[in-house]
Write a protein that binds this ligand. Structure first.
Ligand code: TAP
Length: 496
């Protein structure tokens, strides 16, 4: 396990020697200590990233040259997939097969953006048709500069990949701060990038707290672009910092995503997707479909099946075979989710199953998968992100009511609909005010497709070509091509 900051191609301790503890959420044991970057360390990292961008020529490489590094990083991740997945389980708590899936996706993300980097070479400029024949014009894309990337703890390596891969493909250089509670795999990414020969300063990883290292990144004048995934409250601070310095900004924030199941849906299939939508990764998923709406005709039968299946979920250490639900990521998150369940009860909700720490565990941040019914529409449980394995479920009568309930939220990240009537499913999908809509499923995520939210769920889109655009500026180059030496502006005045 690595324990130092990775800055300018070198491993180093924090300037003041500070460290923070890494806790295994399954056992509550301290398993490691990692350097806690200070503002001084962040300054060194940003200056290295600036130099790599402004002087050392990373943005001047062809897309194909940058793609070689990205492909080498993808290969490096794949070569160590099981080992990195194990680290992710120790750090985050998720079941090992889920971690393996994440690590493979992270490698795939680097490969995908290698492909897009090569395409930049194929289409370096876009001609612009002008109404005046004395001029020609074209638009070219150029990297924004130094990107400050701040990521959360729910998909540690994958979230790093979602930001680092498109930024490097675009020609930006990066200072990345992983979440303090899950920094291990970001440091492995640095080691892999180093082995891949990535030039010094192109990727810098500063581990440490949000209030010190994160704040130093967002306040640094040498950073041109802020890319953030996490809570709305920190997202708002990041946007304020970006507004002050006119930095480019993209935000991927939370959600309270609905899943509407119509009474022509297959109940077993629906139950499977509902469970995937809320219990995967312990429900610590920004797009978790945490508000399920079920049409009255099948509500009772579906709820009964859901409770039956939910009670069968094997809870335990993510490294144990067959475990489907690991511990929550941290004591803080465990306390917050338990508090949200208590608040739901106080507001009048019924705990149909779960709702507490499983009795068989006296250590570890475990929580039973929880289903809440009778959740008042105005309660926090219905309206706010809980970010844990907690599902709210309620019946609806008509399509109009389902859409209205689904859209009655300050968030708009994702939404899902299930119906055998394709025309209706498409109509409901069109009616959802959300950036990601799933029909007859919940959560499948493809690197190729745009990811991001409406309303308070964020600004901008990650993944696909949209993810690359996040790190590019558009430059207009217009040329005067007329043979008339008098030009276009002066001539009328001279004539007069
Ligand atoms: P946040 O506080 O938003 O943390 C996300 C990242 O921002 C972490 O790296 C964090 O650093 C950093 N950060 C915190 N304060 C900062 C500041 N002033 N300047 C710059 N960076 C800063 O999320 P959390 O506290 O871990 O989780 C709280 C809630 O956020 C969750 O319950 C959930 O509702 C939501 N959440 C959403 C997502 C997604 S994917 N949308 C992911 C995680 C959490 P630290 O290392 O110090 O935390």
């Amino acid at each position: 396990m690595r324990s130092e900051l990775y800055i300018d191609g070198k491993w180093m301790a924090a300037a003041n020697g500070g460290k923070f503890e890494v806790i295994n959420p399954a056992t509550e044991e301290v398993i490691h200590k990692i350097a806690a970057a200070t503002a001084e360390d962040v300054d060194v990292a940003v200056k290295a990233a600036r130099r790599a961008f402004d002087k050392d020529g990373w943005p001047k490489l062809s897309g194909a040259q940058r793609a070689k590094y990205l492909r080498a990083i993808a290969e490096g991740i794949r070569a160590r997939q099981a080992e990195i997945a194990r680290l992710e389980v120790l750090d985050n708590g998720k079941p090992f097969p889920e971690a393996e899936w994440d690590i493979a996706d992270a490698a795939g993300c680097f490969e995908f953006y290698a492909g897009l980097a090569e395409q930049i070479d194929d289409n370096p400029e876009e001609p612009i048709a002008l109404p005046d024949p004395r001029f020609t014009s074209k638009a070219v894309k150029e990297p924004i500069g130094v990107a400050g990337a701040i990521i959360p703890w729910n998909y540690p390596l994958l979230m790093a990949a979602w930001k680092v891969a498109p930024a490097l493909a675009a020609g930006c250089t990066v200072v990345l701060k992983p979440a303090e509670v899950t920094s291990l795999t970001a440091l492995e990414l640095a080691a892999i990038a180093d082995e891949a020969g990535l030039p010094p300063g192109v990727l810098n990883i500063v581990t440490g707290s949000g209030s010190v290292a994160g704040q130093a990144i967002i306040d640094h004048k040498g950073v041109d672009k802020l890319a953030f995934t996490g809570s709305g409250s920190v997202g708002s601070k990041i946007m304020a910092a970006a507004a002050r310095d006119i930095k480019r900004v993209s935000l991927e924030l939370g959600g309270k995503s609905p899943f509407a199941v119509f009474d022509d849906a297959d109940i077993d299939e629906a139950v499977e997707w509902i469970m995937f939508g809320i219990f995967w990764n312990q429900g610590q998923v920004c797009s978790a479909t945490s508000r399920v709406l079920v049409q009255e005709g099948i509500y009772d039968r579906l709820l009964a099946r859901l409770l039956e299946e939910t009670k069968k979920i094997k809870i335990g250490n993510g490294l144990e075979e067959g475990v489907l639900l690991g511990p929550l990521v941290s004591q803080r998150q465990h306390e917050q989710v338990l508090a949200a369940i208590e608040a739901a009860k106080a507001a009048g909700a019924t705990i149909a199953c779960g709702g507490k720490r499983p009795e068989s565990f006296d250590k570890g941040y475990y929580l039973e998968p929880t289903v809440l019914t009778d959740v008042p529409l105005e309660s926090d449980a219905w309206r706010e992100e809980i970010f844990g394995p907690v599902l709210c479920i309620r019946p609806f009568a008509t399509e109009e009511e389902a859409i209205e309930l689904a859209n009655d939220s300050r968030f708009g990240l994702a939404a899902a609909v299930m119906s055998k009537d394709d025309v209706r499913a498409e109509r409901v999908a069109a009616g959802f005010r959300a950036g990601i809509v799933w029909i007859n499923c919940s959560q499948p995520t493809f690197t190729e497709a745009p990811w991001g939210g409406y309303k308070e769920s964020g600004i901008g889109r990650e993944l696909g070509r949209w993810g690359l655009e996040n790190y590019l500026e558009t430059k207009q180059i217009t040329k005067y091509v007329s043979e008339d030496p008098w030009g276009w502006y002066i001539k009328p005045a001279v004539r007069a």
